[in-house]
Design a protein around this ligand. Sequence first.
Ligand code: GLN
Length: 492
Amino acid sequence: MAPSVWESARALRAAYAAGTLLPSQVIAAALDRIALRDPKLHAFLHLDSERARQEAVEWDGLYAQARRNAAGDTLPPLAGIPVAVKDNLCTRGVPTTCGSRILDGWLPPYDATVIARLRRAGAVIIGKTNLDEFAMGSSTENSAFGPTRNPWDLSRVPGGSSGGSAAAVAAGYVPLALGSDTGGSIRQPAGFCGVVGLKPTYGRVSRYGLVAFASSLDQIGPFARDVADCALLLNVIAGADPRDSTSADVPVPDFLGATDQPRHGIRLGVPSEAFGSGVDAGVAEAVRAALDTFDNLGFRVEEIALPTLDAALPTYYLIAPAEASSNLARYDGVRHGMRDGSDDLFEMVTRTRQRGFGAEVKRRIMLGTYALSAGYYEAFYIKAQKVRTLVARDFDRAFAQVDIVVMPTSPTLPFAIGERVDDPLQMYFSDIFTIPVNLAGLPGLSLPCGFSAGLPVGMQLVGRAFDETTLLQAGGAYQQATSWHLRHAPEA
Ligand code: GLN
């Protein structure tokens, strides 16, 4: 069997076990495709090609051995599967830049918990993907190393900040990738690139080794081409971790097993606020058509209210920068990566930060420092925390009535590269429907639900805390009835 670049992780795994395909063939095909296409697309910042090839050959041998053994297939769930990871996840001895000059040359001395769990599950990590600097952005244009392009239209952005991971999955490089999501950075690029992306409940996945942006909002999650693969990867990374005190000690269900268990009577709530002004007609149309599909499948669709939806964006732009200004204080030229100057400490720190950070990161540090400063703290930061509680209560009220809240993932289609770089407010607007979900700590799943002007549209399913299962079941039912997720970006 010739390796198809569009195969799911589940199909690859089955073919390896049956001996019809070798991990080394699949890894070689992935690396060839990246070598051919990535000079244009720029999804990767760093490839770990040699190690990937070596590991693949080892898996070839282990699969052959397993087939000879009467014991059957005892290899781990991602054995020999190529996976890409966002470059803000620490990988021991492998460059981790966060898309920033300030971390140039830094080699993490340890693996993030999710990286260790991927390796334990047998995944072959082939490289680190591009992102907006320190995950601050919605287009991947804030990377210090140049933007990633959207595989559906190379003149457009892939979304962000996990644009490299979304593009790597959408371009047929890898079936699975990891990203991080503080205000939409998994879901929005998943929507823009026509793939599936999940932000788990806050606490579901350990953040140990994820370079912190806004610690009360950050969460790591999977990208895949279908809901079942997304569930498979979530199962690998989820679960409590003694190294992250905010990881929750709650049972991890069999997400993959649940995706194709039909479940009846799931109630969907649609906030009227999510279809108001600022939402592209093509986006609204595709999401409404998806709601009709759900209706036909026997889901109950009703209207709900999320009155604080509008307040979420300004609230986030106080809380996230406040936390970022504190988290990023550690980059001082002393401990990590780049250093500019040596004689005078104050001057060295100043010059390193001046040269090392890009414009958006500096803007966030200034906004956050201002919001936390004496005299403004009560008026801005504390007030934002109170509004955050109101946003969470809106969702509580909605979930007394329905099981899932459905919204567009993003109000617009993927925009042109360069279109919003000089207009931060327009850029921030991209996340208007994803940010409230981080503020409330809830799980959100984005999945492809149609096209407009040839570009993918994503819809977002938001669930109760720790109820990713219901989202995956609804998404699984939708994908069984539709074929949007089976379309592939053109071969450019
Ligand atoms: N686009 C949002 C921001 O710039 C969210 C980014 C993210 O989720 N990491 O902050």
